[in-house]
Design a protein around this ligand. Structure first.
Ligand SMILES: [Zn+2]
Length: 498
């Protein structure tokens, strides 16, 4: 597909072509062996440090192509847009994007249920899907991600470029300590690191006893970089110390994270940096939006940059989905700009964040999320990397004979690991100790199966937990209190970061 040149982008196009990136076609063509000099700060300085009007012109051109493509290839978008009175012709200026309706997660589930397995927003032949990933599906129907082979290569390009911005170089050896499963995080990190030319050490996680092995392998292999979740990195450090190994002695230079908000929380970031003696880099949007690193910090760690010319992101009002002014809180709404398999156009993440356009010391002109992504609009919360919905807990408890009808969830942090405590009522029929023991075991086992994490069950008599006619606030997240006070402190010290 040929794209139109505009005067504002002429020079930029010439320069990027010199680096092997051809923006004259859509999707853009990359030189798959291009790499900057290790001492260069930027992969594509012309794009990363562009004036916003120049970059917006590039984004608009890519967006027009992306929208035209989705219109032609996807019944999902054609129907949705026609019903809202928009079409590719609606998009004249970048601002016109907000005239397009948002896409919510549940719409994807419905689309996949009626056109299994990929939904009618898959825009390539199913046979051209090169990788299948997905959500764990603990709260109902899982979402299936079908990624085309060309998309996967472009994901590698994007991740390599963003990892470069975080300070990773071809001389680095990256240890990946997260699940190699349908979870896209590990694979996306692997792909990006390979494209960048680093030595990849895909160790994995999740097998019993694996963390101690990871520590010992790290001692032998001397990785210079680490990828996982923040809570797992701290767990890894505890295991190392128990084995008599100072985590600082491992020589990790950069630790980069996704899957949990921790790496964007100033106190956790500081704890990780003190624990390992390396820099802690926060990354991650959401699996649907892979390349998920397009929310990604640079090596100055002043909050995640929004790498707008790869995925165009607006922080929007959670009710109207109009872009929020800089400085205000909202939910990220993401739009792919070079995705051919399952493009997401105005996808609502449901996360909470705030954004700023204040300059970053690195010189990149992308907006930033100065305190990362710190919460959810809905009730979902994350424990040890698993998305937990109160509705799923309720669902499971209510299916158990002997449940007394009400419950509370208390999430806290102990020894750097999230802990999930469920305080549940037992029915009058289960007054004796033996029945309660059995009930406790049943609840623990069934909740573990449906949530993917081990809860602690505390039983209390029926009727002892307060009821309400309003939507019950059943979740008490102690970690939130902790976070709020810390982000206030962060605001006061904003200039210290970077
Ligand atoms: Zn920066």
């Amino acid at each position: 597909m040929l794209i139109k040149r505009t005067n504002t982008t002429d020079d930029l196009l010439a320069v990027t072509r010199a680096r092997g990136l051809d923006l004259m076609v859509w999707p853009p063509r990359y030189d798959r062996v291009y790499r900057p000099h290790p001492q260069d700060d930027f992969w594509y300085p012309e794009l990363e440090c562009a004036l916003s009007e120049t970059r917006d012109a590039i984004i608009l051109t890519k967006l027009k192509n992306q929208i035209q493509y989705a219109w032609e290839k996807s019944p999902f978008y054609r129907k949705k847009w026609a019903a809202n009175g928009v079409s590719p012709a609606t998009l004249v200026h970048l601002d016109d994007l907000t005239k397009f309706p948002v896409v919510q997660k549940h719409e994807l589930r419905v689309a996949q249920a009626s056109a299994p397995p990929f939904g009618d927003y898959l825009c390539i032949e199913p046979a051209r899907v090169a990788r299948v990933h997905g959500t764990s599906g603990t709260t109902g129907r899982p979402t299936v991600f079908g990624i085309g082979g060309d998309d996967w290569e472009r994901i590698g390009e994007a991740h390599a470029r963003i990892l470069w911005g975080a300070g990773i170089r071809p001389s680095d050896r990256i240890m990946i300590c997260s699940f190699f499963s349908l979870y896209i995080g590990s694979w996306g990190a692997l792909k990006g690191g390979e494209r960048l030319g680093a030595t990849m050490f895909p160790f994995g996680a999740g097998v019993s006893g694996q963390t101690l092995l990871a520590v010992r392998w790290a001692q032998t292999l001397r990785p210079t970089a680490f990828y996982g979740t923040p809570s797992y990195a701290l767990h890894f450090a505890e295991i190392a110390r128990r084995d008599g190994i100072d985590p600082r002695s491992l020589g990790l230079r950069i630790l980069f994270f996704s899957g949990e908000p921790g790496a964007g929380i100033p106190s956790t970031k500081q704890l990780i940096e003190e624990t390992f003696g390396g820099t802690c880099v926060d990354m991650g949007s959401t699996a649907e939006m892979t390349p998920w690193m397009t929310n990604g910090e640079c090596r100055h760690r002043a909050g995640m940059h929004l790498w707008q010319d790869i995925v165009y992101t607006q922080v929007c009002d959670p009710e109207t989905f109009a872009p929020a002014p800089f400085g205000k809180e909202g939910t990220p709404v993401y739009t792919h700009l070079e995705r051919t398999s399952q493009p997401m156009i105005r996808f609502v993440s449901g996360d909470l964040t705030r954004w700023t356009d204040e300059p970053c010391p690195c010189g990149r002109t992308y907006p930033r999320l100065p305190v990362g992504v710190y919460g959810r609009i809905d009730d979902m919360f994350i424990v040890r990397g698993e998305n937990i919905y109160p509705a799923a807990i309720e669902d499971t408890l209510r299916s158990i004979d002997g449940f007394g009808g009400e419950f509370r969830v208390i999430v806290s942090r102990r020894e750097a690991m999230d802990e999930l405590l469920i305080r549940a009522e037992y029915a009058h029929t289960h007054n004796d100790g033996e029945a309660q023991q059995r009930l406790q075991a049943t609840m623990r086992e069934q909740l573990r199966a449906s949530l993917g994490v081990h809860p602690i069950i505390e039983l209390v008599p029926e009727g002892s937990i307060e009821r309400t006619d309003f939507k019950a606030r059943r979740v008490i997240d102690d970690r939130d209190l902790y976070r709020t006070s810390l982000s206030d402190r962060h605001d006061a010290n904003d200039s210290d970061h970077g």
